[in-house]
Design a protein. Structure first.
Length: 280
């Protein structure tokens, strides 16, 4: 091979390798972005499903046995869930057919609440489980345990919360497994127990989610930017979540610093790249 041919061969090889590396890098970048958006979507589904169940349970405590639960109902004047109280047990039955709710979500099946002590008293504990319960056709299972810790220094009621649950996605994509420990602070609306429309909660704590792919992702919500949940809104309204991937890299999801009911959030990857995402 002549010197000229060698140079042409080496140059061609270098271009081929560089092109292959570029294409592979782009492929990885696109895949990473897709997966990162998935963390936000899956966490949002899980967080809202279990938080909504607790809000519904709280209102059911104020509904007499045999009464109907109308807080989550729209277009059905009689309410779409029947509440039954027995000693130490409350059953909320949405029926076997989907019911459209004020927050735009469909629900069916039963939420069961077992409790010790007076429901609203400091030191009391209630445990939420599910019987063939679906939210937006995602099957919600597991256990949520809530301990009433009384009032904080601002006079706000707060609760220690643990969740061990599984959500089977209606899309057929698989399951989201959640294990978390939270502090849930009732920041607004606790002085108007008969009106649930003004209720607002702040959540902090740690845990993990196991994605449908099997990847286990760490979740941390700092007290400096708690997740803000507002009654009637479909989405988390504000706050920041930090995810730790199996690789050790971290990503964050920012829902905003001011509580706003919308489906927008911003993902920041480990490299500092930001991606706007739309939540389901």
């Amino acid at each position: 091979m002549t010197r000229t041919k060698k140079l042409l061969f080496v140059s061609s090889l270098a271009i081929t390798v560089a092109t292959t590396f570029f294409i592979a890098s782009c492929g990885r970048k696109n895949k990473d972005t897709s997966e990162d958006t998935g963390y936000a979507t899956e966490h949002s589904i899980s967080e809202k499903s279990y938080n909504d169940a607790e809000s519904i349970a709280d209102q059911a405590n104020n509904v007499s046995s045999g009464g109907t639960l109308a807080y989550k109902t729209t277009g059905i004047t009689s309410g779409c869930a029947t509440v039954t109280h027995a000693t130490g047990l409350t059953t909320i039955d949405f029926g076997a057919v989907n019911c459209l709710c004020n927050d735009g979500r469909y629900r069916r099946g039963k939420i069961l609440i077992s409790y010790t002590g007076n429901y609203a008293d400091s030191g009391s504990t209630h445990t939420i489980t599910f019987d063939n319960f679906y939210q937006n056709d995602n099957k919600v299972e597991g256990t949520k345990t809530v301990t009433n810790m009384g009032h904080n220094s601002l006079g706000q009621p707060y609760f220690n919360v643990t969740v061990n649950g599984t959500i089977t996605l209606a899309s057929g994509a698989g399951t989201i497994i959640t294990n978390s420990t939270r502090v849930r602070t009732w920041t607004d609306g606790y002085t108007t127990p008969g009106d649930f429309s003004d209720d607002k909660y702040a959540l902090t704590g740690t845990g993990t989610i196991t994605r449908p792919s099997g990847a286990v992702v760490g979740v941390n919500v700092s007290s400096s930017a708690p997740l803000i949940m507002v009654a009637g809104c479909r989405w988390i309204e504000a706050g920041t979540i930090t995810f730790t991937l199996p690789s050790g890299l971290t990503r964050s999801i920012n829902y905003g610093s001011t509580a706003t009911c919308d489906n927008q959030a911003v993902l920041t990857t480990a490299s500092g790249t930001t991606v706007n995402i739309t939540l389901p």
